[in-house]
Design a protein around this ligand. Structure first.
Ligand SMILES: [Zn+2]
Length: 170
């Protein structure tokens, strides 16, 4: 029996399969309709162009915490140049305000798992000009050594880059 495929964003089942086997994470039809994208059974299989077109931020880390892919939406929101972020340590060098138990600790715990994992949190970025709530989804693919972080910043986006400067480093 094939592996089970879950939607990374909403956690619904995209394809039934053997849940005891390694599951993988895609994005379901329901979720992609608002994203201008085709449904996919493997979010990691999306090209850089497809990632850049998503309305949500996407950050891919390896188990050492090094940024491997970083999409345009996230770069815009954070006010960073994606080319300068890839290859750097996310928690230590890119976004030090995320280096707390509820964010970094949770990511590092997931990356210990030999199984695919998914988790989601509401995280408050504590920017200089005020708090900013974001909905975050983490999905861990041990076979590929990739943790994908999907970031949906809730509320007003317009002034985010200015606020972000207090937390996200360029
Ligand atoms: Zn979905």
């Amino acid at each position: 029996m094939a592996v089970q495929v879950l939607c990374a964003w909403c956690n619904t089942t995209i394809r039934e399969g053997d849940a005891r086997k390694q599951s993988s994470h895609g994005i379901c039809l329901q979720c992609v309709q608002g994203m201008g994208l085709f449904p996919t059974e493997d979010i990691r299989g999306l090209s850089q162009e497809q990632l850049d077109a998503l309305p949500i931020g996407v950050i891919e880390l390896d188990s050492r915490g090094i940024v491997r892919r970083y999409n345009a939406t996230e770069a815009r929101a954070a006010g960073l140049d994606a080319r300068k972020v890839v290859g750097r340590h996310f928690f230590a060098e890119v976004a030090p305000c995320t280096s707390v138990q509820e964010f970094r600790g949770r990511c590092e715990a997931m990356m210990q798992s030999p199984r695919a994992e998914r988790d989601e949190i509401e995280f408050v970025f504590r920017f200089r000009s005020g708090d900013r709530l974001a909905h975050l989804v983490f999905s861990w693919d041990p076979g590929a050594d990739r943790l994908t972080i999907l970031v949906d910043l809730l509320g007003d986006r317009a002034d985010h880059a200015a606020r972000a400067a207090a937390c996200w480093r360029g």
